[in-house]
Design a binder for this molecule. Structure first.
Ligand code: B1M
Length: 209
């Protein structure tokens, strides 16, 4: 099948078309990881570029996000296939002021697929909410996502708040503007470049590597 057509459906925010072509790609035997990494994620990048050039506006971003969600739902069973033993628990959320959640959703899908129990706090999550969730769930691992340079300070505040309460809680961070150097500078325990790296890091931080 022509993967450029799928790319175009997602860039245009055509949810039914994206779903139909994702299904077709899976049925033709293409691995879910390949569809994700070589078609869907790069298409969201194109959407971002069009937004930057003022050719797309927020409504177009929302349409693309909706189409991406539909595709992820179809890929989820394939991405999480495997015979995994329970690995650990993690609390995840997008930091305060930030509404982006597709990357976080992917991280969650991959963590769950690798045996983690995940408590999802959603988006725009205040530091206190992370603290509460850690207390309630007993999780020793927190994952923070941020997509805006303007919400990086909220990430720093959240790491600081968690570490002040209990310095042994492990915090991993990720998202497009995040780097290893930033993680080091704010005292996070690790940075995951993508969802697969986040799983390896989560295992390592909980001593299950
Ligand atoms: Co927004 N947005 N957006 N947006 N948006 C970006 C991020 C932007 C880069 C677009 C651009 O200008 N090129 C830009 C940020 C610029 C900057 O800060 N440097 C931007 C902007 C400016 C904005 C608004 C301010 C626009 C406005 O209102 N004027 C506004 C802010 C709202 C807010 O949050 N307060 C806004 C709004 C939105 C929507 C709500 C409309 C929508 C999000 C819908 C949703 O998520 N449900 C949206 C979208 C869709 C995007 C782009 C186009 C796509 C993001 C995405 O889903 N990527 C984005 C452009 C881009 O990223 N190139 C853009 C796909 C996703 C799989 O990748 O999230 O990076 P990503 O996740 C990756 C890794 O980063 C990593 O793993 C994932 C898988 O590989 N990862 C982790 C992520 N979290 C991790 C956590 C980990 C580990 C790894 O451990 C815990």
């Amino acid at each position: 099948m022509n993967l450029d057509d799928l790319k175009q459906r997602l860039i245009e925010g055509d949810a039914p078309g994206t779903a139909a072509m994702t299904k077709e790609a899976l049925e033709s035997g293409l691995p879910a990881q390949k569809i994700l990494n070589e078609v869907l994620i790069p298409s969201m990048g194109v959407v971002g570029d069009l937004f930057e050039k003022n050719e797309y506006f927020v409504p177009e971003l929302l349409l693309a996000a909706r189409a991406m969600y539909g595709a992820l739902d179809l890929l989820r069973p394939k991405l999480t296939e495997g015979d995994y033993q329970p690995t650990g628990k993690a609390v995840v959320g997008t930091v305060q002021g930030d509404l982006h959640d597709i990357g976080k959703k992917l991280v969650m899908i991959m963590l769950e697929g690798n045996g983690f129990e995940v408590v999802d706090l959603g988006t725009d999550v205040a530091p206190e909410k992370f603290l509460e969730a850690v207390k309630e769930s007993g999780s020793r691992l927190v994952g923070l996502s941020a997509l805006l340079t303007t919400t990086l300070p909220a990430m720093e505040r959240t790491v600081r708040a968690l570490k002040e309460v209990d310095s042994s809680i492990k915090v991993m961070i990720g998202g497009a503007p995040v780097t290893q150097a930033f993680a080091d500078s704010i005292g996070a325990d690790g940075y995951g470049r993508d969802a697969s790296a986040a799983v390896a890091l989560a295992r390592q931080l909980l001593g299950n590597a």
